[in-house]
Design a protein around this ligand. Sequence first.
Ligand code: UD1
Ligand code: MG
Length: 455
Amino acid sequence: MNRPTAPHTSCLAIVLAAGEGTRMLSSTPKVLHSIGGRSLIAHVLGAATDAGGAEIAVVVGPGRDDVAAEARKLVPQAQVFEQRERLGTAHAVLAARKAIEGGAGDILVMFADTPLVRAETLTALRAALRAGAAVAVLGFTPQDPAGYGRLVMTGDDLTSIVEEKDATAQQRAIGFCNGGLMALSGAHALTLLDRIGNANSKGEYYLTDAVAVARAMGLKAVAIETSEDDVRGINTKAQLAQAEAVLQGRLRAQAMDAGVTLVAPETVFLSSDTKLGRDVTIEPNVVFGPGVTVEDGAVIRSFSHLEGAHVGRGARVGPFARLRPGATLGTDVHIGNFVEVKQATIEDGAKANHLAYIGDARVGEGANIGAGTITCNYDGVDKHRTDIGKGAFIGTNSSLVAPVKIGDGAYIGSGSVVTRDVPADALMVERAEPAIKQGWAARFRAAKAARKKKS
Ligand code: UD1
Ligand code: MG
């Protein structure tokens, strides 16, 4: 992510997360839904912080402790305010009056349901304040302006914002619309906000009226143009999916710009925090959940799913592999098809090429895990560890009943159930004596055939 250099003025970002709609049809609050493996509000807080918002205030609806907790998880020093009644965007901003009184130079007002705004866009708004505006809003030209406030311009100056419900037919014909987010000069913010009334068709205190109020006070307001994607608000599950698509497009482009090979970018799903090194190759249809790092030169083959995992240099994963949280693969490790790894360290050069479950374990350097090997880590109540030494060889279809230790260089014969520690360089094999009965099958078939003839 490019971190634009923010202006030196202090900045307070007020994130509006109250006024929850019901169109998501969900028991989860809207702003706690995720895109790119991160909540909507987390994206907004991330952009605010990247744009220099050193102080963060979050305005939540009544009793929304879950939203407050998510905000504090990301920004522990965030101040949380409650808007008790949903009386409009300006009223919501004023719920954070105490934070505004702190005297920050720039105030950024952001919407927690508008997660795609980039830090550079916010920085451009702040730069407009530096250039003398008291109010700077984001303007865009949507394909369909319905529902948006219209920006009434006089030359380069923004004269007012008219909400669609209050607009004349002539104003409705304006294609340049309000993206919603805006920057207010800290010196004027409270005066502007306190002068906003609610004499409009909704009876709400509109933040957008800050523009007309500023103009009436002889202050300057401007619109900074941005893309529709930057100001995409989310009210429905379909819009959530659209936002996910936009974000994935950005993340894929960033990965490729950083030297990652995506064979079929549109089929690879990344998380906002996915870290991919140079010359990493990602084959089609790979999903990265949160918390994945892949070091240089590694190859992630098709249909693999990774989450909370670290993949070392030159490692090969998949096809059809699953790395769950705590999977840590060293250099040149091979994890092949239908292998699941969880809470396990696989040291340099170790291989598990087919059909295995490795959980709560260490696999030493260069060890080989045969097909069908299972670490039996769970006894129904507790989890236990398996420790496999350097260069050990685990024969196919072995069950390693944890807690258990396999020494360096030890061999486990195929099909063994290992319930005791195995010393270094030993062979452990557990197998019933094979019974081979010469001619048995032929006699069996003959007897069956004779019985069939009789009946
Ligand atoms: C707002 C703008 C509109 C702009 C549009 C862009 C106003 C008056 N209108 O309209 O010009 O084109 O965004 O998407 O600002 N909120 C509260 N408390 C409230 C009201 C709203 O916290 O009392 C929060 C909402 O949760 C949301 C944000 O403020 O995050 C915007 O409110 P919303 O109702 O979506 O405003 P729009 O009608 O979309
Ligand atoms: Mg909206």
